[in-house]
Design a protein around this ligand. Structure first.
Ligand SMILES: C[S@@+](CC[C@H](N)C(=O)[O-])C[C@H]1O[C@@H](n2cnc3c(N)ncnc32)[C@H](O)[C@@H]1O
Length: 205
């Protein structure tokens, strides 16, 4: 485990607090109101979403590959979602049969996975036909000037957070066979300009 990943896990909740309070928490809440049935969350981090799952879900699996994050996730799950199953797994290799879930949730994850196409293909595989991917993701800006700025600043992102906030994630979601049903383009409040562009929505498998 790298030192950066350990520090990132230890500081993540503190680093994101202002953005969460200024609007990201509300985005999570309204996105996750649509989670139904058997739910898998990938890259669940410290468990920021766990409090937002409602009565429409039947079961919840929260997956996270990084040991330092996983420990925090287990703690949050014990406190807020005791029925959730927490397991260690990367999005690129999900230990589930095809068609195992009705909903896959990915929030602020697809910018940081090692292989985005493979992670999306896995999400598609484990979803039943017609099941939905709910996403809230950092993305490449539509504005070419801001996109160039994101490219220039990406070294800093990689160094601190280990992700690429300049990925064309919406195009990848479609390329991997999802049909986007609902899409909101918005920005992350209280965050550096080069990580602000966000997409929030739902896509069916
Ligand atoms: C910015 S955090 C977001 C955490 C959480 N989803 C949230 O919304 O607060 C990115 C998370 O993705 C995880 N991650 C990194 N590589 C991953 C991979 N290959 N598969 C799944 N998760 C990964 C990180 O360990 C971290 O927990």
């Amino acid at each position: 485990m790298s030192l950066r990943k350990t520090i990132f896990a230890a500081t993540y909740d503190r680093m994101s607090r202002k953005s969460e309070e200024a609007g990201v928490r509300a985005l999570r809440q309204s996105l996750l109101a649509d989670a139904t049935g058997r739910v898998l969350e990938i890259g669940a981090g410290t468990g920021a979403n766990l409090q937002h799952y409602g009565k429409r879900i039947e079961s919840l699996v929260a997956a996270e590959p990084e040991p330092a994050m996983l420990r925090r996730l287990q703690r949050t799950a014990r406190e807020r979602a005791p029925l959730a199953q927490v397991l260690q797994a990367p999005a690129e290799a999900l230990p589930f049969e095809d068609d195992s879930f009705d909903t896959v949730v990915s929030t602020l994850v697809l910018c940081g996975v090692d292989d985005q196409a493979r992670a999306l293909a896995e999400a598609h595989r484990v979803l039943r036909p017609g099941g939905r991917l709910l996403f809230l993701e950092h993305v490449r800006a539509d504005d070419p000037g801001l996109a160039r700025f994101q490219d220039r600043m990406n070294w800093l992102n990689r160094l601190v957070v280990g992700c690429d906030c300049n990925r064309s994630t919406l195009a990848s979601i479609e390329t991997e066979g999802f049909t986007v049903e609902r899409l909101q383009r918005t920005t992350m409040p209280k965050a550096p300009k080069f990580v602000r562009p966000l997409i929030v929505g739902a896509a069916s498998a």
